[in-house]
Design a protein around this ligand. Structure first.
Ligand code: BG6
Ligand code: MG
Length: 215
């Protein structure tokens, strides 16, 4: 039997919206331009981690060592490609089960926040028209340590005025599950158990979640 939690913290990319595929496509283009073979399996390691760390992982796959100026140019180019994709997002891109869960949490007066590594969070939530559901946003613009560091979720809990152990985190990235667990939170992995070790439970989609168990 689970205890009931007071707050729900949501990762953004791959949990609320299927932008994970656009991150992959954008990195894939950068990889191709560098002659690096980059697969969807490789991409799992980039989920949840910051833009520059993602680039470092990509370069290590290709065995490349580039200077900071070149790296910044590649990261900027990746972001331009990515922003082009997400500029077309609409409410229809919200993942199944998300709006039902957010409405249910609102009715129950459970606090909600976003905890994302992305600096593009403000643009995405505006496109999806979901800002009204969240009392706090902790993202790549105000966090200095990337997941698996727990900073992003601890900040979100502080903004909401709740204790870390009162929070449930929804995450699709291995680094995000690690961040949630080191923050002392309950972690729901959105994805396959084998990709998300250490979570408390797993769902393949939020539409599968039995809300009453947690809130
Ligand atoms: C995370 C994604 O949410 O945000 C990562 O899972 C991404 O893949 C990271 O690298 C940073 O995103 P952005 O939009 O700031 O480049
Ligand atoms: Mg994610």
């Amino acid at each position: 039997m689970h205890k009931k939690y007071r707050a729900a913290l949501f990762d953004l990319d791959g949990v609320l919206v299927d932008t994970a595929k656009y991150h992959f496509l954008a990195w894939h283009q950068i990889a191709e331009s560098l002659g690096i073979v980059f697969t969807e399996k490789d991409n799992e390691a980039l989920k949840g981690v910051s833009r520059m760390e993602s680039l470092d992982i990509l370069l290590s796959i290709g065995g490349l060592n580039l200077n900071d100026e070149h790296k910044k140019e590649l990261a900027d180019r990746k972001n331009q490609i990515y922003v082009e994709y997400i500029s077309k997002l609409t409410q229809k891109d919200i993942l199944p089960g998300v709006l039902g869960l957010l409405e249910n949490l609102k009715t129950k007066e459970i606090k909600t926040a976003i905890g994302s590594a992305s600096k593009n969070t403000p643009m995405i939530i505006e496109k999806l028209e979901i800002k009204k559901y969240f009392q706090a946003i902790s993202d790549g613009n105000n966090v200095s340590k990337a997941k698996p560091d727990p900073e992003v979720f601890i900040k979100a809990a502080n903004m909401l005025g709740v204790e870390t152990e009162e929070c449930v985190v929804f995450e699709d990235a291995k680094a995000g599950i690690q961040a949630a667990k080191s923050a002392g939170m309950y972690a729901v992995g959105v994805g396959m158990e084998e990709d998300l070790p250490g979570a408390n439970r797993w769902v393949t989609s939020l539409s599968e979640l039995d809300h009453e168990i947690l809130f």
